[in-house]
Ligand binder design. Structure first.
Ligand code: PEP
Ligand code: MN
Length: 338
């Protein structure tokens, strides 16, 4: 950490900064230049309150030199790490496409969806039983009954299930229902109590990016989960809110190489909630895989036009199959498998 002092700083003010740093367990080193004095602070700056230092008289600014995240940082783990879900690996050579409807609706719908997931060659299934809807009057999901319908449909094909946890009070129910992957949705990315609790489990977590979260905020959210001991974290970019309204959200493809540099954890993309239209999903999926994503989270419904939520963005089972074929070619060019 570097503390840049104001141009007319006094010796007493510099001494006070040194004393404060020492009391925080940091080693201060003063460098006096002709125009400016800076105080370098050696030590673990992550627990240091930057604002407390900035509030001291004579301090112009405080510059951090370390990343605020630790466990999830590439700095602390040079090689790519993978997340295992049974015998399926996310973040390895093979790309994984997680597909399924936005919401669990009925047994027949989920049975048909599971069949479509397997027919397309996907190895994991998604669906929401607890839905974060913008309107309290919209369909909120089937709840625990939905989890049961989901598990029984997926179990017929040994498909691991991915489903969203919105409320910490439902965590035990998720664990007793053997949810394979807990999805933390965009609206809960900074629900720190929820993050802490999933951090105490060993269940893999898909952490979606907040609607308007910076990459650093997102990495810090993952750090909350990791700090509790759960390192099975998969980042999922799902589009961010911008000024553009020609599509639902703007898929931040740039986040893929940036995250790959900043963290060793796997990164997947949700093209469905990014574009918001089924016809955009193939192009966004191709771009994501080409940019280095480890997989996709795609909405597919056996009868998209009848979906109870996000009907406009769901692929049909046939469209999902076509997409998987297209992605195979891109995967091969990149030396990956699908
Ligand atoms: C979802 O995956 O169905 C969902 C609600 O996603 P998000 O949190 O990205 O909006
Ligand atoms: Mn959805």
């Amino acid at each position: 950490m570097i503390i840049v002092m104001q141009s007319h700083v006094t010796d007493e003010q510099i001494q006070l900064v040194q004393d404060r740093l020492s009391s925080m367990g940091m080693q201060p080193h003063v460098s006096r230049g002709i125009e400016r004095t800076v105080v370098g602070a050696i030590g673990d700056e992550r627990a240091i309150d930057q604002e407390a230092l900035e509030a001291l008289q004579g301090v112009e600014k405080v510059v951090r030199v370390m990343k605020p995240y630790k466990i999830v940082a590439r700095e602390s783990h040079e090689y790519d790490s993978t997340v295992k879900i049974g015998d399926i690996i996310i973040g390895g050579k093979a790309l994984q496409v997680i597909a399924g409807p936005c919401s669990v609706e009925t047994k027949a719908q989920m049975d048909a969806a599971a069949e479509g997931v397997v027919a397309a060659g996907c190895r994991l299934m998604r669906a929401g039983a607890f839905k974060p809807r913008s309107s309290p009057y919209a369909f909120q999901g089937l709840g625990v009954e939905g989890l049961e319908i989901f598990k029984s449909a997926a179990n017929q094909y040994n498909l691991p299930v991915v489903t969203e946890l919105m409320d910490v009070r439902m965590l035990d129910v998720f664990l007793t229902h053997n949810v394979d992957v807990i999805q933390i949705g965009t609206r809960n990315m900074q629900n720190f109590d929820l993050l802490k609790e999933v951090g105490r489990t060993h269940t893999p977590v898909i952490l979606k990016r907040g609607l308007s979260a910076t990459i650093e905020e997102w990495l810090m959210a993952a750090e909350y989960i990791a700090a509790g001991g759960n390192h099975n974290i998969i980042f999922c970019e799902r589009g961010v809110r911008t000024y553009e309204n020609a599509y639902r959200n703007m898929l931040d493809v740039t986040a893929i190489p940036v995250l790959k540099r900043e963290t060793h954890l796997p990164v997947i993309i949700d093209p469905s909630h990014a574009g918001g239209k089924a016809w955009m999903v193939p192009a966004l999926s191709r771009a994501a895989i080409a940019a280095g994503a480890d997989g996709l989270l795609v909405e597919m419904h056996p009868e998209p036009e009848k979906a109870w939520s996000d009907a406009d963005q769901a692929l049909s089972p046939k469209e999902l199959g076509v997409l998987m074929g297209e992605l195979q070619g891109i995967a091969a060019v990149l030396g990956r498998e699908l």
